[in-house]
Write a protein that binds this ligand. Sequence first.
Ligand SMILES: NC(=O)c1ccc[n+]([C@@H]2O[C@H](COP(=O)([O-])OP(=O)(O)OC[C@H]3O[C@@H](n4cnc5c(N)ncnc54)[C@H](O)[C@@H]3O)[C@@H](O)[C@H]2O)c1
Ligand SMILES: O=C(O)[C@H](O)COP(=O)(O)O
Length: 595
Amino acid sequence: MAASASSAINLSIKPSHTSLSWQTHLSSTSALAVSPLSGHRQYPRFVIYAVGDKPTVLVAEKLGEAGVNLLKEFADVDCSYNLTPEELCNKISLCDALIVRSGTKVSREVFESSGGRLKVVGRAGVGIDNVDLAAATEHGCLVVNAPTANTVAAAEHGIALLTAMARNVAQADASVKAGKWLRNKYVGVSLVGKTLAVMSFGKVGSEVARRAKGLGMHVIAHDPYAPADRARAIGVELVSFDKAISSADFISLHMPLTPATNKVLNDETFSKMKKGVRIVNVARGGVIDEDALVRALDAGIVAQAALDVFTVEPPKDSKLVQHENVTATPHLGASTMEAQEGVAIEIAEAVVGALNGELAATAVNAPMVPAEVLSELKPFVALAEKLGRLAVQLVAGGSGVKSVKVTYGSARGPDDLDTRLLRAMITKGLIEPISSSFVNLVNADFTAKQRGLRIAEQRSLLNGSPESPLEFIQVQISSVESKFASALSDSGEIRVEGRVKDGIPHLTKVGSFEVDVSLEGSIILCRQVDQPGMIGKVGSILSEGNVNVSFMSVGRVAPRKHAVMAIGVDDQPSKEILKRIGEIPAVEEFVYLKI
Ligand SMILES: NC(=O)c1ccc[n+]([C@@H]2O[C@H](COP(=O)([O-])OP(=O)(O)OC[C@H]3O[C@@H](n4cnc5c(N)ncnc54)[C@H](O)[C@@H]3O)[C@@H](O)[C@H]2O)c1
Ligand SMILES: O=C(O)[C@H](O)COP(=O)(O)O
């Protein structure tokens, strides 16, 4: 009887084997359909940066000094502005983190060019439409932003554009400088008593609404996701999209650019607006069909527009920018001294935290798990990954893992247990030993889906104290053969179950056999005919091979029948030692598993 296993090397920047870092990783072999036994190839390790070394952070756009200084305390900082896309791709493989504002496209090519080294993209601002989030997630790269520090600046700029537009400030200024004195031409319109439709009632939208109320405007808002009571609290009524655009004298746009908001103002929606409406956009250029806006301006449907943002920035030969009823600024919404310092500190802290393996509060493409939940789940996170690793190593060659069932035994109510982190770690344990992928909290679900690996979760509600979040975790792989038949449950699935004892993960069940072995080092599982002297025989073979035994446990169905022995070992036994264990006459099957 032969035994083997795939290897899994943790290269987390944290020293512990399984840290709570979002970026624990990786190494090893082929595809899920390939057995860990056959087709075992070793991939070279890659290390983000060795403990003691500094990571490298590329700052690709101007960032406030306080933020740069903060980064320098922790990392080597390369401030290289105005890089071409090619230059960025060339540099990125030398960088652990990249910080950008809205002027840099962080495309799929950037992630592909990074060769796996880029672990964090920091967007020094709110909008992440310039970052290819799908590509970031696929590459396990965390994206963080700085969502709060420029809110007031953007709202103030929106109000500045609103008032300047209503009173033709920019046009009048240009004409005075050109030596003209056109008092009749630049008669404006008043704001007081007019209806302002705030399109999207998020951070900036609600601050604009608050300020517009102060100017005596009647403010309505449209936002399918905003709570009505938050709007009511500042005297704003939430209305439908059509009602908002058709009843407004002024429209101010504050939505993110997404497929749903792309060109949301277009020929059709302009035709529903009041004739003479005035539009402010400090959100994103792409939410307006710019050609349609030119047509609406020419037709007098839109009397004026004040725009800080454009579909292409800077806009080239734009009829829109040149239109006499348009006021334009070069994406200045976030550009106040105060906002830029705030954004720089906010993003530097987020990037440093992420490089340290912390789950960033402003992560855009990873689930946020509160600190209290994290600390409570810590030992179970380690257990989850180890059970995944064990289960997949029990799959026989040629069997493709497609369907995994995870059962969480807990006395807590279903809403009281956040399993996203546990599921991610089980996924990591299942995939990493048999693939070249590295899996972390960012890409676990994506990687599983991409491999056609379905992970179903269920709860087993237990009586007892809900003080501990979990009693046990059980991982079952169905529709596969096992290289250790005793690991199959009565219903034919590979089944392993574990618990945390004194903070240490333990394997407590294999198939139908109860065992108890701490999940440290590696494990030999051995089925034998239950008889005296077996522990001694196996133990002495291991000691002859200088293999230190950390734990031993025997589970049996009945005396003198079949028993499963679980042996924890600190050192890897040689092939010869494993062969000798397999040759003990009472041993029916055995397997060596690396945790
Ligand atoms: N011009 C600038 O310099 C500048 C500065 C800051 C923010 N911004 C931009 O302003 C926008 C808003 O920023 P924020 O900080 O208020 O963001 P936010 O996330 O706080 O608010 C966005 C709001 O949009 C709503 N929304 C999402 N999808 C929607 C949809 N399909 N239709 C309608 N509403 C939808 C959300 O419910 C949310 O309330 C973003 O596009 C951001 O990039 C620009
Ligand atoms: O989304 C944002 O935060 C703003 O558009 C600001 O962009 P900027 O950082 O390029 O000024």
